[in-house]
Design a protein around this ligand. Structure first.
Ligand code: BTN
Length: 320
């Protein structure tokens, strides 16, 4: 019933269709039509309803689907195979399994909700249903295992470029190694997990979480004040499919550049968008807190921290 109403209204994008017409179309009462419209509204559809004219469809929910992502995707490899799930524990787990089963490079795993989303340093990642982009990309880079920190920074640069392209007014900056911040609040997180044997990299799973259409009430108390979403910052709903497509395109371009020219252009781009550089930091590492001024990143992607006595520490993994 409801899909018939939608199809009918979609075919008449600029017209009002009366309750009477719809009740004839469906062979039901006007009250039943009204109930279907109410149910569609609950599912995220929006209608303009004008008395004596009827209903006009004004918006559809941002339901993710492989078809919606692939429809206008211009990449050659990234996201060419999309595995879409309603609910998973973590898209990382699924992507690792698919990679082990031979999934090709660029395979993308997306879920509407994650029940056990993983963050860096063993933290949880808040991934409420239908509000964000929770995705993992299978990569098979031809690099030694100790080069993977470079890829982490590459993903951050790609995501930063994506958001800046879609909303140039947002002052997005990258906090080392790969958090995207706006006005000091986190809007996305990146988690790279490698599967390697000795120095040989089998695959890397690049996990990306973007807080897209979350509102204040969608965050647990402890995240309010430190996290924010694209919607809260821009005051508008974002299309998640468009965001995913734009990210895949930016990422593929940078990944190809990395393949042909190495890390240097990525490092330059990362430093140009860095939030942390030149600031005093206190980095929590597995071996204790490192304090100093974040100076630059080196050719491997490590953060160089200078101490007051002039000595430096290189950080490969830390929380700052
Ligand atoms: C961070 O701690 O900042 C990294 C968060 C990474 C979250 C993403 S969401 C998609 C993918 N699946 C996960 O379980 N984690 C990553």
């Amino acid at each position: 019933m409801e899909h018939k109403i939608l199809a009918y209204l979609e075919q008449r994008p600029n017209e009002y269709v009366s309750g009477e017409q719809l009740s004839e179309l469906l062979g039901c009462t006007r009250t039943a039509v009204w109930k279907h419209i109410r149910s569609l509204r609950d599912q995220g559809y929006t209608f303009d309803a004008v008395s004596r004219k009827g209903y006009k469809l004004t918006g559809k929910p941002d339901k993710l689907s492989a078809a919606a992502i692939l429809a206008e995707l211009s990449t050659a490899v990234m996201g060419r195979s999309v595995k879409m799930y309603d609910s998973v524990d973590s898209t990382q787990t699924i992507a690792h399994r698919l990679a082990e089963e031979g999934a090709p490079e660029g395979t993308l795993v997306i879920a509407e909700v994650q029940t056990a989303g993983r963050g860096r340093m063993g933290k949880n990642w808040h991934s409420p249903k239908g509000k964000g982009v929770w995705m993992s990309l299978v990569l098979r880079p031809n690099i030694p295992v100790h080069f993977t920190p470079q890829l982490t920074l590459l993903v951050a640069v790609a995501l930063n470029r994506t958001i800046r392209k879609l909303e140039p007014s947002l002052p997005v900056a990258i906090k080392w190694p790969n958090d995207l911040l706006v006005d000091g609040r986190k809007i996305s997180g990146i988690l790279l997990e490698s599967n390697a044997e000795d120095e040989r990299l089998r695959h890397v799973i690049a996990g990306v979480g973007i807080s897209v259409n979350l509102q204040e009430g969608d965050y647990p108390e402890e995240l309010r004040g430190i996290a924010t979403s694209l919607r809260m910052l821009s005051g508008r709903e974002w299309s998640r499919s468009e965001l995913i497509r734009a990210f895949l395109e930016q990422f593929e371009a940078l990944y190809n550049l990395y393949d042909s020219e190495g890390f240097e252009p990525i490092r330059t781009a990362w430093e140009a968008s860095a939030y942390s550089l030149g600031r005093p930091i206190a980095a929590r590492t597995p071996r204790g807190v490192v304090e100093g001024v974040a100076e630059s990143i080196d050719e491997m992607g490590a953060l160089i921290v200078r101490h007051p006595d002039g000595s430096v520490t290189k950080l490969y993994s830390a929380d700052i």
